[in-house]
Design a protein around this ligand. Structure first.
Ligand SMILES: [Fe+2]
Length: 333
């Protein structure tokens, strides 16, 4: 592999601004890995928020990740092998409850994609908030603290690590749009959400596999999700989802094996893909499916089950770098 230049953009300050420098976030180191990826280290005051941005030209900066600093932070830039030159900078983000996560540029500003835990994900986009499978299982409860109420919620199936009426009750408001399969609707109470004058059912649109709906500027398309080798998730009962926002397509697999409907997906910009047994599939099967439908970015999620954590590094190795698919391993547990 050819050697490629990396640059850290340093704040252009004169000596004497020591106090300002001590508080400002900065990129402190870049370490090129054997496969061309870059391990980036950065620093800020613990608890401060900042955004890491990348640039190939120094003329235009692309937001990559918003983080809450631990003091010294590390992140792997898996896109680096596909760029000739790569510059990095850290930009302070003022505030006390900043929405952190991976940035995805859309036609209407950045979507920020944030793991909650296990199969639960939250996305902030265009002033709206999307939740996929919000559930308190797997110690998720505290991770909802400080997050906004939901504008859109997609629920894949009835299992407790995906569907939790108690968490839905805490997230809904009068104009929330919930999308769910019939079995999830049937599992919702017929009584009002505690403290509110409507039911979860009244906010829910039932989607069968292949059907679509929309709310708050997002389009939601239900994708099949089922097992091929057992009956843990029968065909036609649950939904995966493709949610389109600002021209970008986000895929949430739910619990499934690498079914033909997944493999036939096209133009997926970011995929949240399950792996684990017996609910889903091996990392080898997940990698095989990903190499066929080729999302631009894939986040392994739902990768621990029954006390076993599946090897997302092996998943990443199997996906490889030749197709330009970014495997971003984030904290889900
Ligand atoms: Fe599950």
């Amino acid at each position: 592999m050819k050697s490629l230049p990396l640059r850290i953009l340093l704040p252009g300050l004169a000596f004497g601004a020591a106090l300002w420098l001590a508080a400002a976030p900065s990129v402190t180191g870049l370490l090129r890995q054997a496969n061309g990826e870059v391990l980036l280290t950065s620093a800020a005051d613990a608890g401060a928020y900042y955004r890491i941005e990348t640039s190939d030209t120094l003329g235009q900066w692309t937001p990559f990740l918003t983080v809450r600093s631990n003091g010294n932070d590390q992140v792997l830039d898996v896109a680096a092998p596909h760029h000739g030159r790569r510059f990095y900078r850290a930009v302070e983000v003022p505030g006390t409850n900043v929405f952190t996560g991976d940035h995805l540029q859309t036609d209407s500003g950045d979507a920020i994609l944030r793991p909650i835990g296990h199969a639960s994900v939250v996305v902030s986009w265009n002033g709206k908030t999307l939740y996929s499978d919000p559930s308190d299982l797997n110690n998720n409860g505290p991770r909802f603290t400080g997050l906004p109420l939901a504008d859109v919620i997609v629920v894949t199936h009835t299992h407790g690590d995906h569907f939790s009426t108690s968490r839905l009750n805490l997230l809904v408001k009068a104009d929330t749009g919930i999308f769910a399969p019939q079995a999830v609707f049937n599992g919702m109470p017929t009584t009002n959400v505690p403290g509110l004058s409507f039911t979860l059912r009244s906010r829910t649109t039932v989607l069968a596999n292949g059907a679509s709906g929309s709310a708050h500027g997002m389009t939601v398309r239900a994708i099949a999700m089922y097992n091929l080798s057992n009956n843990n998730h029968p065909q036609g009962v649950g939904n995966g989802y493709v949610v389109t926002m600002g021209g970008k397509n986000l895929y949430f697999s739910g619990d499934t094996e690498g079914i033909p409907e997944m493999r036939a997906l096209t133009n997926i910009d970011a995929a949240f893909l399950c792996m684990s047994l017996p609910s889903n599939m091996t990392v080898d099967a997940a990698a095989s499916a990903v190499r066929q439908f080729r999302p631009r970015i894939v986040f392994p999620y739902h990768f621990a089950q029954s006390g076993t954590t599946f090897d997302t590094q092996r998943f990443k190795d199997l996906v490889g770098t030749d197709l330009g698919i970014e495997v971003r391993r984030r904290t889900f547990y």
